[in-house]
Design a protein around this ligand. Sequence first.
Ligand code: BDP
Length: 697
Amino acid sequence: EDGYDLWLRYRLLAPEQAGLYRGHLSQLVAGSGTPTQAVTRGELQRGLAGLLGHEMPLSDTVTRDGAIIVGTPKSSALIEHLSLNTQDLGNEGYLIRNVVVNGHTATVIAGREDIGAMYGAFHFLRLLQTGQPLDHLDLRESPHVKLRLLNHWDYLNGQVERGYAGTSIWDWWKLPDWRAPRYTDYARANASIGINGTVLNNVNAGATILTPEYLQKVAALADVFRPYGIRVYLSIRFSAPVEIGGLKTADLLDPQVQAWWRAKADEIYKRIPDFGGFLVKANSEGQPGPEDYHRTHAEGANMLADALAPHGGVVMWRAFVYSQANPDDRAKQAYTEFKPLDGRFRANVLVQVKNGPVDFQPREPFHPLFGAMPKTPLMMEFEITKEYLGFATHLVYLGPLYEEVLSADTMAHGKGSTVAKVIDGSLDDHTLTGMAGVANIGTDRNWCGSDFNQANWYVFGRLAWNPSLSSRAIAEEWVRMTFTNNEAFVKPVVDMMMGSREAAVDYMTPLGLLHLMGPGHHYGPAPWDASESRADWRPVYYHRADHQGIGFDRSRAGSDAVDQYAPLLAVQFNDVKQTPEQFLLYFHHVPWDYRMRSGNTLWYELVAHYTRGADDVKRMLETWRHLDGYIDKERYNQVATFLAIQEKEAQWWRDACIAYFQSISGLPLPPGYVPPQHSLQYYQSLSFPYVPGFSSW
Ligand code: BDP
């Protein structure tokens, strides 16, 4: 077992479970008249053969009890005769139901379109993989979010920015001729969790991807993905008309520039008729953009949107902007810039917003733009790759992070205005909706750098399909599919996953701290660091620890970031006593001897959180050691080794941060707490050449 099969392992079911299904699975009635029908049928054959240990006979019609019928009313006369209500399933929805056909019991998996039936087939396989009963099935599912996308931060030279799973899976050199089988497996995995789009290249984009040579390669990938309902999108460079178009300017008001983008869009759609659209990082961290010509983000987005609109494409314009020249609190800048643009975007533009106002930290409050731009579809951007959460090795299940953000209440239209409702469009009546996840996929045999990182890809897809699902239920599904249905394994592993994110917050950045990692490469603790060229890239900018206290004052007396939230929340966050303690140091600069709700001082609680985080990882390793024997040795051993690395590194985070903050607070450790293993100077002297995922080696 090398992890390559992901959650689509389809290993033989335990005899008692297979016995349960015997009467339900006797023949497969599924067409193969279109590429999507063919891959759907192929997946069911492959899955059922693996799970049951024998090939499932194909049949044109139902001749015995236990048939599985798959298709659409258009593709299958049998399904048409069942007169199921498939109309309101939409393009991608499906139903799964027990029916009687020709006097025989059967299970029907039907969509209005082929893609819906395909999603239904994956769901059906999941029922078997997770040991669900197959009687009394009456399921109806449609995605709550329209664009469910991975964002690859892959460079054309094969490097993956913030990637910890090897190099890029796109072998640009050999494309378009060589279509690696891995591309098909990638599509299967994504389709199985409902992901329907992929942005192939890094948001820090060059212009080369838009050259005819590369578009041909992109088209080859699009061909592989199409049967699985996955569209390709590209990150574009705003200055491409200059770099590859020979123009003197990329100013959107120049008619030649507009004509260049229109012609480029026409060229792309000629090769890829279902091309999804553009993702744009503009005027952010050195990327070019409309502001270079004194135009707004909305004007820039609209120019591209106009070029794509005749073909049905969209622009996903990122709100991740903050400027070196702007002295204002970095956390405020995206809101300040984008909020006034609400209502100024074309109908085919989404503004893509990171989950928090700073930058994918272990914990941040939700981004104040959610709920604040009712006239604009806002797309969620989560980071799946663990740039700030221990890279490949740490076991940190991100489901609870995603769920925490999605269930946060923006109060935009009173109580219950959750971020999930902004994202699924229901709060402000948008039909164009989206969720993006920065992929953690690379050439590693197990795709994601560790077995448990696969769970983060999985949970992202499931939540993009339905942002109201529970991250615990998803973790359980994943564990059953990826490892085993044995309850003695499932329960402790799910518990361990569910606690893992809080453990990471505790050993890295508790109580609302953030951005304490090493400069540039983002590996390990460096709360002392002030070496970065930009002030707002330095940890000391964020924690502001001094002899009196610690934390960033974002109250009305400070940067007033609190007033970017709805009035009731602003009042709450402005008041140190009402601020949830998990965000305390995000919103307030607090004295070291401040009394926390526990009655302990802030200093005491800080040390206690750091220590608890490191201890939690020790317990995770112990839990795992008790599970030896339940799964294959290969994966067991790698997880055990990675947990041991995490144990060491959690201790390092705890010790380095306590050593540093103690040097500032000047306070003794609370009684009973073990001092850091090394001196502060030791932690400060560590250096890390060649950290993976960092582009300026
Ligand atoms: C930061 C990453 C950087 C990305 C940037 C972004 O460190 O590599 O380019 O986000 O999202 O967190 O554009």
